[in-house]
Design a binder for this molecule. Structure first.
Ligand code: NAD
Length: 500
C-alpha cells in the first residue's frame, strides 16, 4: 500500500510549508499504514489563526442570504461526495460502510439546520420601552473559533460545529483527530466548492502541540472540544483561563436500564445494536445493561443469542462490526477483558480470538459480554470504548436509578419499560443529559442540542441546535432614542437612568 500524505488546509488551500513532525495513519482492517499526517507546529497554527482572523473580518459582514446559499451549496457538495467520504471514514476509522454513511447523514442534518440561519439569527425589538426609546437585541459573530475533535466521528463531530459557526459569521480552525484526519480535508474541499471565502475554514492536523497553541492563542475566541474526559477538562481549564468561551464534551459510560415489564426482544436488540455498533467506539454506546430483577437471566440469554449472529470483519465487506481504530487501542480494550475476568465478572461471550472476515493483521476484537459485573471492577467503572458490554443486576427500579446516578459520567442513558409512570420518573430524576425511553441511543435531532452532564461536559453550552447558535454568537443590546425635532432635549440629570 502506498502511504499518502495528509496535510493542513490553510487559507483555502493545502499547506505547502515545511513540516518537522508527522504521525502514522492506519487502515485498521488491514493493520497497515495508509498515510502520514503532518503535525502542526505552533507557527503553523499561528498561520491558520491569522488566515482565519483576516477572513472573519469580512465574512462577519456577509449577508445572511449569502451565508445561507453557501450552506446549501456545501450540502450539495457533501451529498455529491457522500460515498467517497464514507469510504474514507471506513478506511481510517474502521467502522463499517453503512455506519460511516450514518454518521454523515446525522452531520448533514446539522448542515440543514444551519441553512436556516436567517431565521436562527432573528433578534428582538421592543418599541417605546421608555419615552421615545426603543431596544434592539442582536446576535453577532464571535471571531475565530477553534474545534478539536475525536477519532470516533471524523465527519459528524466537525459537522456538529462548523456549519453553525460559519453560518453565524465566524471563521474556524479545526484540529481533527490525528488517527483519521482525511475526512476533514474532504470537508474543506466541499467548503471551497461551495464558495466559502478562503480562510473562513482551516484545518490544522497534529497533537497536543497544536491543541495547546489554539487554547492559548490570543486571537482564538471560542473553543469547541469533543474527546475523552481528562483532555476535555484540560481544554476547558486552559481555554477559559485564557479568556475564551469553551464547550468541552468528554467521555461516557452509558447505562441502559431494563425493567421487568419491558419488551425483552426489543431490549436485547437495542443492547446489542447500541453496544457493538462502531465496535463500541461511540460516546453514546451502551456499555452497561442494568437488568432489574427478575429478568436478568432471560435478557442475558437473548443478548447472547443475538451476539452469535454478528459478523466481525472488514467494513467494506458488509460485516456488522469492524476493527478497533489502532492496535494499541485494541490491546487496551483486551486488557480490560482480562481485568474483568480477574475481578470475578462472568465472561459470557469472549471476543478475544474471534473469527473475522478480514486480514490477519487487522485490529480485531470480537463482541464481548460480561454478566454479574461487580461495580468496583474497572470493566464497570472505566470508559472502555470498545465492544465490551457489561450486565449488572439490580433488585429494583430505585436501585437501578441510584446506580446510574452514582456514575461520574452523565452523557446518555436509556430505560426500557412499558410503565409510563416509571419512565417519567426516570427521565425526571436521572442525572444524565440525554435520555432515551425505549430508545437506546438518544442522540438529539439537529433542532435540539447534544450534550451530557457531570464529567461528560465541561462548560454550560451543548453542541448544535439552539445552544450551537448561542455559543457561536455574542449578544448585543442597543438602546436608542430618536426624539422628534419638537421634543425638548434631555435635561442634565446625574441620577441613574430610569424608564418613564
Ligand atoms: P482524545 O481525548 O484522545 O482526543 C480528542 C482530541 O484531543 C484529538 O483531536 C486529540 O488529538 C486531542 N488530544 C489528545 N490528547 C491531548 C492532550 N493531552 N492535550 C491536548 N489535546 C489532546 O479522544 P479520542 O480517543 O480521539 O476520542 C474518544 C473519546 O471521545 C471518548 O472518551 C469518547 O467518549 C469521547 N467522545 C465524546 C463525545 C461526546 O459528545 N461527549 C463524542 C464523541 C467522542
Amino acid at each position: 500500500m502506498t502511504a499518502k500524505r495528509i496535510t493542513h488546509w490553510i487559507d483555502g488551500k493545502p499547506w505547502t510549508g515545511p513540516v518537522a513532525r508527522y504521525g502514522e495513519v492506519f487502515d485498521p482492517a488491514l493493520g497497515a499504514v495508509s498515510g502520514h499526517v503532518d503535525f502542526a507546529s505552533e507557527q503553523d497554527v499561528d498561520a491558520a489563526v491569522a488566515a482565519a482572523d483576516t477572513a472573519w473580518r469580512s465574512w462577519r459582514s456577509s449577508t445572511l442570504s449569502r451565508r445561507s446559499r453557501v450552506l446549501f451549496d456545501f450540502r450539495t457538495a457533501l451529498l455529491r461526495r457522500r460515498e467517497e467520504l464514507a469510504a474514507i471514514v471506513t478506511s481510517e476509522h474502521g467502522k463499517v460502510l453503512s455506519d460511516a454513511d450514518g454518521e454523515i447523514a446525522r452531520g448533514l442534518e446539522v448542515v440543514e439546520f444551519a441553512c436556516g440561519i436567517p431565521t436562527l439569527l432573528q433578534g428582538g425589538f421592543s418599541e417605546s420601552v421608555s419615552t421615545q426609546i426603543d431596544v434592539t437585541s442582536i446576535r453577532q459573530s464571535v471571531g475565530v473559533c477553534a474545534m478539536i475533535t475525536p477519532f470516533n466521528f471524523p465527519a459528524m463531530v466537525p459537522l456538529w460545529f462548523v456549519p453553525i459557526a460559519v453560518a453565524c459569521g465566524n471563521a474556524v480552525v479545526l484540529k481533527p483527530s490525528e488517527k483519521d484526519p482525511s475526512a476533514s480535508v474532504l470537508l474543506a474541499e466541499c467548503w471551497a466548492e461551495a464558495g466559502l471565502p478562503d480562510g473562513v475554514f482551516n484545518v490544522v492536523h497534529g497533537d497536543a502541540v497544536a491543541v495547546n497553541r489554539l487554547l492559548t492563542h490570543p486571537d482564538v475566541r471560542a473553543v469547541s472540544f469533543v474527546g475523552s474526559t481528562p483532555v476535555a477538562r484540560h481544554v476547558y481549564e486552559t481555554g477559559t483561563s485564557h479568556g475564551k468561551r469553551v464547550q468541552a464534551l468528554g467521555g461516557a459510560k452509558n447505562h441502559m436500564v431494563v425493567l421487568s415489564d419491558a419488551d425483552l426482544d426489543a431490549a436485547a436488540d437495542a443492547a446489542v445494536s447500541a453496544g457493538f455498533g462502531s465496535a463500541g467506539e461511540r460516546c453514546m454506546a451502551v456499555s452497561v445493561v442494568v437488568a432489574v430483577d427478575p429478568i436478568g437471566d432471560d435478557l442475558v440469554a437473548r443478548i447472547t443469542e443475538r451476539m452469535g449472529q454478528l459478523r466481525t470483519g472488514d467494513g467494506r465487506r458488509g460485516c456488522d462490526m469492524g476493527p478497533l481504530v489502532t492496535g494499541a487501542h485494541r490491546d487496551k480494550v483486551t486488557a480490560y477483558i482480562d481485568a474483568g475476568v480477574q475481578a470475578g465478572a462472568k465472561l459470557v461471550v469472549d471476543g478475544r480470538g474471534t473469527n473475522v472476515d478480514g486480514s490477519d493483521d487487522g485490529f480485531w476484537l470480537g463482541p464481548t459480554l460480561f454478566d454479574n459485573v461487580p461495580t468496583d471492577a474497572s470493566v464497570y467503572t472505566d470508559e472502555i470504548f470498545g465492544p465490551v458490554l457489561s450486565v449488572v443486576r439490580a433488585p429494583s427500579f430505585d436501585q437501578a436509578l441510584d446506580l446510574v446516578n452514582a456514575s461520574p459520567y452523565g452523557n446518555g442513558t436509556a430505560i426500557f419499560t412499558s410503565d409510563g409512570a416509571l419512565a417519567r420518573r426516570f427521565q425526571n430524576e436521572v442525572e444524565v443529559g440525554m435520555v432515551g425511553v425505549n430508545v437506546p441511543i438518544p442522540v438529539p435531532a439537529a433542532s435540539y442540542s447534544f450534550g451530557g452532564w457531570k464529567a461528560s461536559l465541561f462548560g454550560d453550552t451543548h453542541a448544535y441546535g439552539p445552544d450551537g447558535v448561542h455559543f457561536f454568537t455574542r449578544s448585543k443590546v442597543v438602546t436608542s432614542r430618536w426624539p422628534r425635532a419638537t421634543t425638548p432635549h434631555a435635561q442634565l440629570d446625574l441620577n441613574f437612568p430610569g424608564n418613564r
